[in-house]
Design a protein around this ligand. Structure first.
Ligand code: TXA
Ligand code: MG
Length: 311
């Protein structure tokens, strides 16, 4: 792995693209300080240019050098959750170009904990711009195999670090406004953030910075998908005449062509979610029916991705 990591850092220095594992999902990395490298990243992702990208660093000192007005709240959250699945939105440092911020005055910063991501970030030394290593709007990759399927020859190297442990993208907190606001739910919950900050974290505000998680249909399979409440599930299956694939907590039903059973614990569910959606998508059914998860706060990250997957 060491030789691969050195080669990956070399490719980044030459302006190339490297996919690498993080604890959340696989990222498609480019040297964040090179405008042309980031331009190629957007092109390969087919991502609109006004959508900002998260910049990854080996540690908080590296990350905060790209921000200005780093507040005590930012320092507290970094001390508690970095390295880990948390992204902070802060005001950008003057030296940071608009090519990574979607032209906005804010920047997204993250320090991932995955050992391969850490090794790459240390070897490279600078900031690595990395959205999830899939085409824009599609289901994010949680294995190196997913990245190969999605991006094929459009990526110069894929580092394989095994399946991602968290399975859904990082929690994003906006600290650039007057009060902290949640932009994207993830493994780290609002309650955990509030406990560290000792103050409330607002739900996303209308004037918060743009982010692609805002789009209604995102993280989506190609097959049409629907969320169905538990008490309507049986009835829904009885009603359907077409070929359906199911993602549910309960046992398989023989009337259904393709059934994946999911864990009743939110972190175990999140870990399997994207691989499961990919599997159901390739089952060539006309519809994916997904049993709605509980309303409890620890399910917020999973619920958010399922709501987007079902448009
Ligand atoms: O877990 C993750 O965060 C993964 C792994 C690879 O680290 N990355 C990821 O990146 O999900 P991406 O680009 O697919 O999603 C990043 C989100 C997007 O919605 C992006 O627009 C938002 O973060 N974001 C980045 N910079 C921002 C900024 N300055 N203001 C508001 N949102 C920002
Ligand atoms: Mg993404």
């Amino acid at each position: 792995m060491n030789a691969d990591v050195r080669r990956a850092a070399e490719i980044l220095r030459r302006g190339g693209l490297v996919a690498f594992p993080t604890e959340t999902v696989y990222g498609l990395g480019a040297d964040a300080s090179r405008v042309t490298a980031v331009a190629r990243l957007y092109q390969v992702k087919r991502r609109p240019l006004d959508h900002p990208v998260i910049i990854h660093f080996a540690d908080a000192a590296g990350a905060f050098a790209w921000a200005r007005d780093v507040s005590p709240a930012a320092k507290k959250l970094a001390a508690k959750f970095w390295p880990g699945p948390l992204t902070l939105i802060l005001k950008k440092a003057p030296k940071v170009g608009g090519h990574v911020t979607g032209g906005q005055d804010t920047i997204g910063l993250r320090v991932p904990s995955h050992p391969v991501a850490q090794a790459l970030l240390r070897e490279f030394g600078g900031g690595i711009a990395a959205p999830s290593a899939n085409r824009f709007g599609q289901v994010s990759p949680t294995t190196a195999g997913h990245v190969h399927q999605d991006l094929d020859k459009d990526v110069d190297l894929v580092l394989d670090g095994g399946p991602s442990e968290v399975g859904i993208e990082s929690t994003i907190v906006d600290l650039a406004g007057d009060r902290p606001a949640l932009l994207r739910p993830g493994k780290i919950t609002v309650a955990q953030l509030e406990a560290v900050l000792d103050s409330p974290v607002l739900a996303k505000q209308p004037d918060s910075p743009r982010h692609s998680g805002d789009l209604e249909r995102h993280y989506a399979p190609r097959t049409p998908a629907r969320l169905v409440p538990t008490h309507e599930f049986d009835q829904e299956i009885t009603k359907r005449k077409d070929k359906v694939a199911v993602l549910a907590f309960s046992r398989p039903d023989e009337r259904v062509d393709y059934w994946l059973r999911m864990p009743r614990e939110p972190q175990a569910y999140a870990q399997k979610l994207y691989a499961a959606l990919r599997e159901l998508d390739s089952a060539h059914c006309e519809m994916i029916l997904i049993e709605a998860p509980p309303e409890a706060p620890e399910w917020a990250g999973v619920r958010d991705r399922l709501e987007r997957a079902t448009g």
